[in-house]
Design a protein around this ligand. Structure first.
Ligand code: SF4
Length: 239
């Protein structure tokens, strides 16, 4: 599939779905230098790899994460290591201000069991919408092969829900490629990946997947026992 989106000019090859990632990344920061560009990350393995790729371009970039207040200790540790590793990037927490105690008082105990969609809306989707309202270009590390809901994402697409240009530079990547990149460039990653967690979300909704290794991707450990596969940040099931 070769579909031209943007022509850089007479001297440059047009950007397309097939543009190599190493070229797409500097292009992003050059082409949209006068726009409000934001990368979001939950410090998953893909996100850490993509942060490293953008960090290699000598341009400023804001990386937003949404602290749900239900992160694993290992995720906070990873966050601190990423901030230390990439001091020239701006890491900003735009997570909810609703404390777990306030959530209990408003909605009762264990909302993630009773109404996980509402819990995700309060702690992820609504905060993300506030971030998107202040952005023109959204960079995210999701991949097509991560789930059925993500199977049709494009490298570059217009996000009608958030009204931003959405860039998914790793759309064509496989998990093994990401793991190889992480190892090759000594990128920090969540220790839980070595303990059977292919993905790492909130403590209440993430379980290990027996037999998995960091090179394997699976969402089987997320929202086990309920019919939910997405938090709603990228559409699909959820909100
Ligand atoms: S992943 Fe679970 S705990 Fe986290 S916001 Fe969603 S439902 Fe709540």
């Amino acid at each position: 599939m070769t579909e031209v989106y943007v022509d850089l000019g007479l001297d440059a090859e047009p950007i397309s779905e097939d543009t190599p990632t190493h070229r797409l990344i500097p292009w992003t920061l050059e082409r949209f230098a006068d726009q409000r560009v934001v990368m979001t990350s939950s410090f998953g393995m893909e996100g850490c790899a993509l942060i490293d790729m953008y960090a290699r371009v000598d341009k400023p970039l804001t990386v937003v994460y949404l602290d749900t207040m239900f992160f694993f200790p290992e995720t906070y540790d990873l966050r601190d290591r990423m901030v230390e590793r990439y001091p020239h990037l701006k890491f900003v927490n735009r997570g909810t201000t609703l404390t777990p105690e306030e959530q209990v008082s408003l909605y009762g105990n264990e909302l993630w069991k009773k109404n996980p969609d509402l819990c995700c809306k309060l702690r992820k989707v609504d905060p993300m919408r506030a971030v998107m309202a202040e952005a023109d270009v959204w960079i995210t590390a999701i991949r097509r092969s991560q789930s059925v809901a993500r199977a049709h994402i494009r490298v570059i697409e217009w996000d009608w829900r958030n009204h931003v240009l959405k860039l998914c530079p790793l759309a064509n990547w496989e998990r093994a490629d990401v793991w190889e990149y992480i190892k090759k460039h000594n990128v920090p990653y969540n220790d839980l990946h070595e303990q059977g967690y292919p993905t790492v979300g909130c403590t209440h909704c993430t379980q290990p997947v027996p037999g998995s290794s960091p090179a394997d991707y699976s969402r089987a450990g997320r929202w086990q026992d309920i019919e939910k596969t997405e938090c709603g940040l990228h559409g699909g099931a959820g909100i």
